[in-house]
Structures are given as C-alpha cells and as structure tokens.
Design a protein around this ligand. Sequence first.
Ligand SMILES: NC(=O)c1ccc[n+]([C@@H]2O[C@H](COP(=O)([O-])OP(=O)(O)OC[C@H]3O[C@@H](n4cnc5c(N)ncnc54)[C@H](OP(=O)(O)O)[C@@H]3O)[C@@H](O)[C@H]2O)c1
Length: 297
Amino acid sequence: MNAAGSAELTLVTGATGRIGSELCRLLCVAGQPVRAFVRTPARAAALAAVGAELAVGDLGDPDAVAAAMRGVRRVFMVTPDTPRQAQIESDLIDAAERAGVARLVKVSAFAAGLVPPLGYGIGHAAIEDRLRHAALAWAVLRPYVFMQNFLDLAAVIVNRGIIPLPLGAARVSFVDARDVARVGQVLLREDAPSGRVFEVTGPMAMTVADVAAALTGALGTGVCYKAVPGWLAGLTMLAGGVSRWHVVRRLALLRMLRAGGEAAVRDTVPRLTGTPARVFSEFVYDHRKAFLRATGA
Ligand SMILES: NC(=O)c1ccc[n+]([C@@H]2O[C@H](COP(=O)([O-])OP(=O)(O)OC[C@H]3O[C@@H](n4cnc5c(N)ncnc54)[C@H](OP(=O)(O)O)[C@@H]3O)[C@@H](O)[C@H]2O)c1
C-alpha cells in the first residue's frame, strides 16, 4: 500500500464512533492521511491527538459533506441508525462520485442480507443496492452484534449483577467493533477485493450466560444472565427514553438473534487481517475501567 500523500487521503465518517475512532487511529498509526468527519469537535480530541485532520459538520449538510470530500481518494462510510440514514448515505455516495473518490467501504449490518431485510437492515440493504450501481469501487461490511453494546448495559451489569435480555439460550457471534475497523482498513486498500460483501463476526458463538461468565471472570464481580420477555425489554427501552422507531427495530433484531440468526462464525477477520478476532474476555479486559466506572465509585 502506498505511503502518505494527499492523493491517498481517506475520509472517515462517524469518526468519534466505535468503529470510526479505531479506524482513524489505525490509519494514522500506519502513516496514512486521514480526514475525520465529526459534528462535535469537543469529542474529537483523541482523533486530533493521533494526527487526523478534522472536517467539522453535520452529515445532513450537503455543503459540509462536499467540502469534506475534496481531495479524498477513499471513503469509509459509517453512519448512525436514524430514520435519515439511507438518505444521508445515498447523499454521501453521490458526493463521493462527484468528488472522484476511487473507493468506498460501507458499514452495513447482518440483517441487510436477510430476505427480506430486517429492522435497521432495511435501510442498509437499500444503500447496498445503490452501491451496486456506483461509479466507484466499493466493499460492504455486515458486522454481527458488537461486543461494545454490553457497555450500554454497564450500569445494570455492575450494579445489579444481571444482563437482562430476551435472548434465551441463543448463541451470538458477538464481534469487537475494533476488529470491524481492522477489516475496514484492509478493504480500503487499492488492491482489496471490490464489489463484495463481508460478514464480520467474532471468533465464537456465545450465549448471554457465557457473556455473564466472561464478565464475572474479568471484572471480579458476580454477573448472571436474566432472561426477560421481549415486551418487557421494549417497555424498559421506552421508559429509558429510547424512541419508538428504535424500539421497534431493536425488538425485531432481538427476535432474530433469539432464533439463532447471528450464530454463525465467519473467518473474515483472520482471513483479511492475518490475525484472530478478539475474544470476549479480551474486550472486557480492555474496557474494564468503563464497566467499573458505571458503579459511580
Ligand atoms: N451496534 C451494533 O451492534 C451494530 C452491529 C452491526 C452494524 N452496526 C451498524 O454500525 C453503524 C454504526 O452504529 P453504532 O451504533 O456503532 O454508532 P457509532 O458509529 O458508534 O456512533 C455514531 C457516529 O456517528 C456520528 N454522528 C451521529 N450523527 C451525526 C451527524 N448528524 N453528523 C455527523 N456525525 C454524526 C457520531 O458522532 P457524535 O460523537 O457527535 O455523536 C458517532 O461518531 C450503524 O450503521 C449500525 O447499523 C451496528
């Protein structure tokens, strides 16, 4: 792969997010020029510290997006799940084509590949179709559920010692978002496969009881799985301020997971990066401060 140079500039959206921040770090460490698209500069100190150039703006602002695309050769497109996601990503692809971008890697989701697509996957599937007609080289990542999602439950995990989820004994191949970033780094290369879709999973399928055991071992505090019905999970989300739009989609995702939808283990991470996907206990170890901070101690 070529070394730094403006012709090789990579634009990363969602750059303060779980995949985007790690990808920016990896690219900067490798000496590749990175432009990080951020809407909140105050959250971007770590990106600036590793040497990323910042493009500040909102993904819904066409002028900010066009300005961020100037001089860019590759785009890593990760955007949040919102009702506007498909429009935002379609506009990003249009802007990339206008700017003469050579290659774009999109973060999609496993559910985009279901027939029919499900939940958040519906919008992702529409953008995957748009990419198939794009005037640039592309690759799509369909990650399974991130290990990092358990950080959203950190308070209840460490304070009450439970993981309340409606997943029964289903197995899920949780993937570390940092490994999704590693695969993204490989697929941004000029010589990487194009026009292909890659499912990205962790190294093993785990039940939530397995996850609880790993958390118990790494945090030194007792954690167990608490099976809850889907309707209760939905009510808890609503009570916590999650919008109906998200609750409907999250419950659809949870039903799919409970039926074993993301139990497969793919070799994408080791095959493309040359090193194994992270195991769950490594994820917990690396994030134990974030888990323990949730005690408020
Ligand atoms: N979570 C999972 O388990 C999972 C699994 C498979 C696929 N995915 C896919 O991964 C993608 C990312 O999801 P995530 O939950 O992990 O989110 P994330 O990437 O961790 O966070 C979203 C990022 O988007 C930025 N952002 C939000 N609204 C913006 C706006 N209007 N303008 C500019 N930037 C904006 C956020 O910036 P701020 O810092 O300013 O908020 C943040 O950097 C989604 O498409 C999702 O479908 C997720």
